[in-house]
Design a protein around this ligand. Structure first.
Ligand SMILES: [Zn+2]
Length: 87
């Protein structure tokens, strides 16, 4: 689905913050609409479906930053656990 199709299906507001998005060309500004790919983990693994929604570029970007940050913290925790040598 294109930005135009998603807009007509889901409306002009951001999936995450619910505030209106900027649909004027050119794209790339923080308030521009971007396509967010939500992964339906309830279907699991190989059969997971991606659901497309529209979100602000800044909301999309910030979400990815927080997810990567959480992943890095988890990796540090794993390293510390392995370094302790205790199960
Ligand atoms: Zn937003």
């Amino acid at each position: 689905m294109s930005v135009r199709a998603l807009r007509s299906t889901f409306g002009p507001n951001c999936h995450w913050c619910g505030l209106p998005m900027d649909f004027d060309e050119p794209y790339g500004r923080p308030e521009s609409a971007t396509i967010e790919h939500l992964i339906d983990s309830t279907l699991g693994g190989v059969r997971a479906q991606k659901h497309r929604r529209l979100a602000h570029a800044i909301c999309n970007h910030t979400r990815n930053e927080f997810r990567m940050q959480a992943e890095r913290e988890f990796q540090r925790w794993i390293s510390a656990r392995q370094a302790s040598g205790k199960p």
